[in-house]
Ligand binder design. Structure first.
Ligand SMILES: *[C@@H]1O[C@H](CO)[C@@H](O)[C@H](O)[C@H]1NC(C)=O
Ligand SMILES: *[C@@H]1O[C@H](CO)[C@@H](O)[C@H](O)[C@H]1NC(C)=O
Ligand SMILES: *[C@@H]1O[C@H](CO)[C@@H](O)[C@H](O)[C@H]1NC(C)=O
Ligand SMILES: *[C@@H]1O[C@H](CO)[C@@H](O)[C@H](O)[C@H]1NC(C)=O
Ligand SMILES: [Zn+2]
Length: 501
């Protein structure tokens, strides 16, 4: 990683060194030009924004200066689970939390809300549970479920009562609703362990959330939680799992999309100040050509049924283990005319592998945005394409650390993307899975841990504007959203009091 960081300035420097000006002025010019090149570098802050920036930077520099001389106290050098609760004492974090943050564009539906929310669901009626070895399975049903279960099904309320100690029972149960552990280095020594735990978590949580009434309520509550974090619009990726009812009825995936629309409509009626949400249909990539063809057909069906909330298509799951995009190039090319793509691509540490190659395919297939694009820094020509085609990069720093791509976030390639002014948007991927707040922690970690020490409110503002600019909102809706954003942003700036933090 280090060689990339040093290479770019070096190339620039060779040109500047030809100038006969003094060393000091050459040096100042290079640094100034780099600042202009970086994301947000061309924004000019208004006078009130400058006041907010001074406060923000006072706290940011305090944190960084202290850590620079006391590196053992630099949180981002540790695993996220080790410092996540510390984050909330940071004044920079508190300011970021209150900031209007535009849109969140990279999220997976069942991993938005965290373990506390999921625990509440286990207190609902008609829930059955099967405690298999190291695993839990759930099913809402009006009678004893007949689904395969390696031990036996019992009513959740019975299991809880019979345990004799509800506190202990709930504490143990809660562990199945989060990847967070006290000793991450021991529990997740490699990416294999992390992803296995993550997949188990998805199965456990999915069995509970796909009960139709819960699904409906969950999305409403997720929207509410985002609104409370000063987000005004989201785009959600969904595998469109089949929902089920108490009597065992299961529904066509199209119904899943309709339930989304129903929840969204209800939410918009209750909170008309919210801008809305769109869906990105994102089935699992570890499959065959025939299934992908079927997925694409379903995508077109959903689009035909609800064009207003359908944004496009993606393929998900651990990229190293799934099929690369090139396997489905024919199918994806044929459907590209009628579908917008938002592919996960390059979420890997493996340079030159099939996963790394997904970046080329995603770009050539016309992706509007790239999920993660973590490996992009290793592809100078693709970086040029990204700029030329104006493809946004959906970066999720905390996700990348938790899912074992990078430990110390100062080594995250986002630093290179920012330095080169690439169109980045920040998001949180699966905040519920690691019990993070919905987006502010991701902004905080990126701002203090990854971005340059000197990156300031201009970077945050650009990232936030990008989130609306690169959203799938139609032209008019986007204009309205940007106007609305400018108004809440100005309200925030004008009423800001540094002493409140
Ligand atoms: C982490 O952050 C908190 C809050 O800013 C700070 O008190 C602490 O010293 C930092 N470092 C470590 C290693 O916890
Ligand atoms: C769980 O339910 C309780 C009681 O209804 C409620 O006060 C609490 O806010 C809920 N927690 C979450 C995370 O939804
Ligand atoms: C129940 O379990 C909790 C947590 O394990 C423990 O602290 C508590 O003492 C237990 N209560 C009883 C009555 O055994
Ligand atoms: C795309 O949509 C157009 C217009 O609805 C239709 O004529 C065409 O067959 C569709 N192409 C594919 C590959 O579905
Ligand atoms: Zn993702």
């Amino acid at each position: 990683m280090r060689s990339f960081i040093t290479l770019l300035p070096l190339l620039l420097y060779q040109c500047y060194a030809l100038s006969s000006d003094s060393h000091a002025s050459n040096r100042a010019r290079i640094l100034h030009d780099e600042e202009l090149l970086a994301l947000g570098g061309t924004i000019t802050l208004t006078e009130p924004e400058t006041k907010v920036n001074n406060c923000l930077m006072h706290h940011k520099l305090n944190e960084i200066n202290f850590a620079f001389t006391n590196p053992e106290h630099f949180n981002f050098t540790y695993h996220f689970f080790k410092y996540k609760t510390n984050i909330h004492t940071s004044k920079v974090y508190k300011i970021i939390k209150d900031l209007p943050k535009g849109a969140a564009l990279h999220l997976h539906d069942v991993t938005i809300l965290g373990p506390d929310y999921l625990m509440n669901i286990t207190y609902m009626d008609h829930l059955y549970v099967c405690f298999a070895k190291d695993k839990v399975q759930f099913k809402f049903s009006d009678k004893m479920p007949t689904d395969p279960c390696s031990r036996h099904w019992q009513l959740m309320s019975e299991a809880r009562r019979l345990s004799g100690n509800v506190t202990n029972f709930d504490a143990e149960l809660r562990k199945h609703f989060t990847l967070v552990v006290d000793d991450p280095a021991k529990v997740y020594p490699t990416i294999k362990n992390t992803w296995e735990a993550f997949m188990n978590y998805l199965i456990t949580v999915g069995s509970m959330l796909t009960y139709r009434p819960v699904w409906e309520e969950y999305f409403y509550d997720a929207l509410k939680a985002f609104r409370e974090q000063n987000i005004m619009y989201i785009e959600v990726r969904s595998t469109m799992p089949k929902l089920y009812d108490l009597d065992g009825t299961t529904y066509d995936p199209l119904i899943t999309a309709k339930v989304y629309k129903k929840s969204l409509n209800k939410f918009m009626k209750d909170y008309p100040d919210f801008t809305g949400a769109k869906l990105i249909y994102s089935p699992f990539r570890n499959t065959d050509k025939k299934s992908v063809a079927e997925y694409l057909e379903l995508a077109l069906r959903i689009k035909a049924e609800m064009p207003d909330i359908f944004a496009g298509f993606d393929l998900v799951g651990q990229e190293d283990k799934g099929k690369p995009l090139i396997e489905f190039a024919d199918e994806l090319t044929a459907a590209a005319e009628n579908l917008t793509y938002f592919f996960h691509a390059g979420e890997t540490d493996w340079y030159g592998t099939s996963t790394d190659g997904n970046l080329v395919d995603a770009i050539l297939l016309g992706a509007k945005r790239l999920g993660h694009a973590y490996a992009l820094a290793k592809h100078p020509l693709l970086i040029k394409e990204v700029l030329k085609r104006d493809i946004a990069l959906e970066v999720n720093v905390i996700s990348n650390t938790v899912l074992s791509l990078v430990r110390d976030v100062r080594n995250h390639p986002l630093a290179l993307f920012l330095a080169q002014g690439l169109p980045v948007v920040l998001s949180s991927d699966d905040p519920g899975a690691w019990d993070a707040d919905l987006i502010s922690e991701d902004f905080y970690v990126a701002f203090v841990g990854v971005a340059s020490k000197s990156s300031d409110l201009r970077l945050l503002k650009q990232l936030i504007l990008n989130s609306l600019e690169y959203s799938a909102l139609e032209i008019d809706a986007k204009k309205t959203a940007l106007n609305k954003f400018n108004s809440v942003w100005n309200d925030f700036i004008n009423s800001f009091k540094c002493s409140a933090y």
